[in-house]
Design a protein around this ligand. Structure first.
Ligand SMILES: Nc1ncnc2c1ncn2[C@@H]1O[C@H](COP(=O)(O)OP(=O)(O)O)[C@@H](O)[C@H]1O
Ligand SMILES: [Mg+2]
Length: 258
């Protein structure tokens, strides 16, 4: 927690050094992610908080997350809310980064988005000491976005109970989605890696489906196949895959023309 605080402080002093003044901590006018929160969740620890900070959203990431959104909208019928989980076969493939990129990109497109940190053994999103904000671990947060909020984006950090148990319960997942109905268009779960976490596949079964994040050049076919089998056996639906950290052999601007 103090690492996060230190990072926020460092980003803040960098802003001051650049003459940018303090970051706009506090709700921008007209932005209240809790507004209209359908049913109060039974567990107050599951209440959505404004998310301070974010991950880098490059032009490539915006293009790819937009294509992913279009595919998912075609696959998942409109039923008021779409609730999906990002996951991977193993840890470190980029699930948190890609799920946050997707959540931020949807929110920029005026969707009301709830991001849920569901990786209890390695969370990246914490409630700050005042319990009023969700903050990102500097391990994945963009320094440029420290202290900034994305309108339309709220977050539920990993709860202390989940972190203690090392897992989040399918009931908690269900309760989050039920409470989000009517207040959010998308709920994005940052899920635990399927092969390494006993809870991952059963969480997936509560949701509309799973997008598997694969670390390009590192994800191995037998491990990914095993993850897909485990998800399907538990009743989860694999909606597609995202190839993260793909290395472009030719410059990006040429890719866009071919
Ligand atoms: N596309 C990417 N470009 C640059 N760094 C990335 C990318 N995806 C992930 N990372 C970095 O790799 C590390 C692991 O990513 P993370 O999203 O935490 O993976 P996971 O959630 O699957 O464990 C983090 O330090 C993150 O910043
Ligand atoms: Mg993660």
């Amino acid at each position: 927690m103090s690492r996060i605080y230190d990072a926020l402080k460092k980003a803040e002093s960098k802003r001051e050094h650049l003459g940018l003044g303090p970051a706009p901590i506090g709700m921008p006018p007209g932005h209240d992610p809790n507004a209209g929160w359908g049913h109060t969740p039974a567990d107050p620890a599951l209440a959505p908080l404004p998310l301070l900070g974010g991950v880098d959203l490059t032009e490539d990431a915006i293009r790819e997350t937009t294509a992913l959104r279009v595919n998912l909208e075609n696959t998942l019928p409109e039923r008021g809310i779409r609730a999906i989980m990002f996951s991977s076969a193993q840890a470190g493939e980029g699930t948190s980064t890609v799920s946050l990129q997707f959540a931020q990109s949807l929110a920029h497109g005026s969707m009301r988005v709830l991001y849920v940190d569901a990786h209890a053994r390695r969370p990246v999103c914490y409630a700050d000491d005042t319990q009023r904000y969700a903050v990102l671990d500097p391990r994945i947060a963009s320094a440029a976005m420290a202290g900034f909020m994305t309108p339309n984006l709220a977050a539920i950090p990993a709860t202390e109970e989940a972190v203690r148990a090392g897992l989040i319960s399918p009931q908690a997942v269900r309760s989050i989605v039920d409470s989000a109905m009517g207040s959010f268009d998308w709920v994005i779960f940052d899920g635990p890696p399927v092969v390494e976490s006993p809870d991952s596949a059963s969480l997936a079964a509560q949701l509309d489906g799973v997008v598997l994040v694969l670390h390009a050049g590192r994800a191995k076919r037998p491990v990914v196949t095993r993850a897909v089998d485990m998800l399907r056996k538990s009743g989860g639906r694999v909606l597609g895959t995202v190839l993260n950290r793909r290395v472009h052999e030719i410059p990006g601007f040429i890719y866009r023309r071919i």
